[in-house]
Each structure stands twice: as C-alpha cells, then as structure tokens.
Design a protein around this ligand. Structure first.
Ligand code: TXA
Ligand code: MG
Length: 326
C-alpha cells in the first residue's frame, strides 16, 4: 500500500462528522475515536469482516478479545446472557465511565469478538464524542462498536488523534476515519472487571479503583489469580512499550528522559518529559511522555513511580509492562 498523508484520515469534530462516522461504521469501515481513557479503533461488532480489519491494522493476534462499546446500560442486554446483581450496581454507579465488565455472552456475539471465549467485555465510555457516535450508530440500527486501543499491538496506547495517526495511518484505507477529540482526560485504559463469578475480580487496574468497586458492589473483590483461559493482552508481560528503554525509580543522569511528580527536581542535563502535580495528571501525561521519549529518540527514560492506591496502581501496572521493552 502506498504511504498516505496522515492528515487524510483526521477529522475535526462536529455533528456532521459524527453522522458520517456512524454511517462509515455501519458500512464496515474503521473509525478511530476518542474516549476518556485512550483512543479506540472502532468497527461494527457484528461485522466479522470489519472486525478482522481491526486485527490486521493493529497487528494483533486473533485470540485476543475485543471490548464492545455501547451508549448506555440499556444496550447491554443484547450482548450478554445474564448479569449478576452486583454488576448491575457497578454499571449504575460507574457508567458512562472508565470501566469494562466481562460477562457471559449472548448468542449474537461472534467468536471473532471474544477470541472464542464464552465471555464478552462491555463498556459505556464517558466522552461526549464517543457517546454521540455510539448513539448515532444505534439509531442506524447498529448494536455495538468493538474497539481496542488504537495502537499497534504491544505499543503505547494513543491519547491524542495525532498519536493514533502516527500509530496506524499507514494501515488505514481511504474510507476509514480518525475523529479528533483532543487529549484523553484519564490517560490509561479502563478497569477491567470479571463479573462472571459470585464476586467481582479485577483483570486490569484503572481509574475505577478496588475501593470504588467494593463500595458499589457491597462485597469484597475476588483475589483469585486470573484463570489461564482468560486471555487479556494487557496481561502479557511485554506491553505498553515505547522504543526508548524505560527504567524505574533511579536518579536519572544527563541525557536521559525523566517523568516524576512535580515536587521532585530535575537533575542537571536530564530532559524532563512532564511535571504532573498529582496522580490524575500523572496518568494523563504517562503515555504522551513515553511517546515524547520516542520522538526525541532518547535511548532511555527514567520514571519515578507514584506511590499510593487507586490510579497509582494502574500507572505502576502499565510501567511494569513498559519496562520489559520491545
Ligand atoms: O479504556 C479502554 O478499555 C480502551 C478504550 C478504547 O475503551 N480499550 C482498550 O481495549 O484498552 P484493548 O483491546 O486495547 O484492551 C482490552 C483488554 C484486552 O487486553 C483484552 O484481552 C481484554 O480487554 N478483554 C476483552 N474481552 C475480554 C474477555 N471477554 N475476557 C477477558 N479479557 C477480555
Ligand atoms: Mg490495548
């Protein structure tokens, strides 16, 4: 395929863009769109040919399941065979929001979404553009939009349209789109909660914390280790990796990049990538800092990990995987 201008796919957003994008999805094309966590690469979740293109564009193995995005809790029923009471409560409390629930699938859900598993991941994202797109898609008869993070497999998730474009433009075709909705507010992917058991289990930490889940579900989280038949690509040791080598919790030396909370000083000659003032901002700038290190062709960057619970756990989880490199 010949190299295309990145800008060819980028659409700044207005009501017409959303309508066009919804039609484009219905017609089997790919649409990358912003969510509050990271940008997703969307396709009609009932269209196996369109979904196959997601795997192609990402370079992702076929047995890694995709999350189905819908506009409201009312659109979930069709996708699942049963929902435990605690999962309904989680959905009421945290949707739209940075939470994905894993439930037993209904018979409309193809193996091409679940990697052959009997469960399906569902999320209602909390972003005006994502919600408008999903609503518009539902109005045209669409049932759900499958969307992984819009990066190449194993690489850093994109938190801006420009980052999406850099990741996947060369693999898109002219009828695909990237909707520009600015920077993502949360910056790390949704919390994934397995709701197929008697109690919820966290498969991927995110902005919806353990405490928030226990408070809403009114039960303790299941600490069981993740069953081996659940394939979560984010669980692979090597993931979320920039090209620059990521080193954790040392004092950086001249020539290295540095990401740390703003109360920590920058040693001489070190290239400060960001100075987040709190954990929320740390999460928001994490992936853009990893990308910036690559842009600057830094050989290595040091990250001083934030301490604490909640979102800090998600940040440390992603960094542990980024460390393993490509
Ligand atoms: O914040 C997010 O969740 C973003 C935005 C775009 O919504 N999406 C995202 O998708 O991070 P992805 O595909 O990059 O990561 C979703 C993870 C994958 O690791 C996948 O294996 C896991 O969710 N997953 C999906 N369905 C699953 C299922 N049925 N059982 C277990 N894991 C599942
Ligand atoms: Mg991903």
């Amino acid at each position: 395929m010949h190299a295309m201008e990145n800008s060819e796919f980028l659409s700044s957003c207005n009501a017409d863009t959303i309508k066009l994008a919804a039609h484009s999805l219905i017609n089997g094309n790919l649409v990358a769109f912003p969510t509050e966590t990271v940008y997703g690469l969307g396709a009609d979740a009932l269209n196996s040919t369109a979904v196959a293109r997601i795997y192609e564009v990402k370079g992702r193995p076929h047995d890694h399941p995709l999350i189905v995005h819908v506009s409201s809790i009312n659109a979930v029923d069709e996708w699942v065979s049963e929902i435990p009471e605690y999962a309904i409560q989680l959905a009421r409390d945290y949707w739209p929001g940075p939470m994905t629930v894993i439930l037993n699938r209904s018979n409309i859900v193809g193996d091409f979404i679940t990697g052959g598993q009997n469960t399906v991941g569902i999320r209602v994202p909390n972003h005006p553009i994502a919600l408008a797109l999903l609503n518009s898609f539902h109005q045209l008869g669409g049932k759900g939009v499958a969307a992984p993070s819009a990066n190449r497999f194993g690489h850093v998730s994109p938190t801006s349209a420009k980052a999406v474009s850099e990741e996947i433009s060369e693999f898109l075709i002219s009828s695909d789109m990237i909707i520009d909705g600015g920077e993502c507010h949360v910056g790390v992917e949704s919390t994934i909660i397995d709701c197929t058991g008697d109690t919820p289990a966290i498969l991927r930490p995110g902005a919806i914390s353990e405490e928030m889940i226990e408070e809403s579900a009114k039960m303790k989280i299941n600490e069981k280790s993740i069953p081996s038949d659940i394939r979560v690509s984010g669980m692979l040791a090597k993931h979320y990796s920039p090209r620059s080598k990521v080193i954790l919790d040392i004092t950086p030396v001249a020539g290295q990049g540095y990401l740390a909370l703003s109360n920590i000083e920058t040693p001489p000659g070190v290239l400060r990538l960001a100075t987040p003032i709190n954990i929320e901002e740390f999460a928001r700038v994490l992936y853009q800092s990893l990308r910036r290190a690559d842009e600057l062709k830094l050989q290595s960057l040091v990250v001083q990990q934030p301490e604490g619970e909640g979102l800090a756990i998600a940040i440390r989880d992603r960094l542990a995987k980024a460390v393993n490199g490509r």
